[in-house]
Ligand binder design. Structure first.
Ligand code: 58G
Length: 224
């Protein structure tokens, strides 16, 4: 899977996705993340990429031409199945199911807006899907793009140690994860539940299912 991010802040994308598991997956050649600076495609002598909105209103918009030219330059280099996504609070809400669906593509092109957003014409022309990571407004699409990259990349072959890491994964299976514990067996007066020390795998299964259900009822009754 190759991720291509169109952004005014490429270092933000590189810094975040260069760390931890996703960073290692890139070094191993399992995935790639390329951040493309939209400003490099400005034809303005001051390298401007924003302008005032027609019809008035506050703030600035990202103009269409540099975004389209950046997209065209990237698109030209790509082979295989490609999907173009705009990260915006007006998109359909991202989910584990959507991450599974996006896994099938060879390339994802992720457009990150800034300021008050992007000239609608460039969205109409190049964007196939508008995705939101939740019902809140951010200063830019870069963090949402990194969230999407993380969620999709960890589903790609070899990125996690083994497939069982996400086989019995909560959210996907319609409930939250059961509580987990590691050493020490007693911490600040709290003991690890006795059943987990018992070695009785049937009892442990039963306990975990019950605890997962309890937690889901409390925090996310909408999932049940
Ligand atoms: C209104 C305000 C429309 C994604 C800002 C468009 C992006 C939240 C999310 C924007 C984002 C999310 C400009 C800044 C998109 C543009 C960007 N905010 N919830 N902000 O996924």
């Amino acid at each position: 899977m190759n991720f291509h991010v169109l952004t005014l802040f490429p270092d933000m994308i590189r810094r975040i996705t260069g760390e931890s598991i996703i960073g290692r997956a890139q070094e191993a050649g399992l995935i790639s993340v390329e951040a493309h600076n939209i400003r490099d495609y400005s034809k303005d002598k001051h390298r401007r990429v924003d302008d005032t909105p027609y019809g008035g209103g506050m703030g600035m918009l990202m103009a269409a031409p540099p975004i389209f030219d950046c997209y065209s330059a990237v698109k030209e280099t790509l082979g295989g199945k490609t999907r173009v996504i705009y990260l915006s609070p007006q998109g359909t809400v991202f989910s584990q199911k959507k991450a599974e669906e996006l896994k099938q593509y060879d390339n994802l092109i992720l457009l990150c807006g800034h300021y008050e957003g992007v000239d609608r014409r460039v969205i109409d022309e190049i964007v196939e899907e508008e995705i939101s990571v939740g019902d809140y407004v951010l200063t830019g699409g870069e963090l949402p793009a990194c969230i999407l990259i993380d969620a999709v990349a960890r589903l790609c072959d070899g990125v996690l140690a083994d497939a069982s890491c996400y086989e019995n994964e909560s959210i996907a299976s319609g409930a939250l994860e059961y509580p987990q514990y590691t050493r020490p067996v007693e911490y600040h007066g709290r003991r690890v539940p006795e059943v987990l020390l018992s070695g009785n795998h049937a009892d442990i299964e039963k306990w975990r299912r019950a605890e997962a259900l309890k937690l889901t009822r409390k925090n996310r009754p909408d999932l049940l």
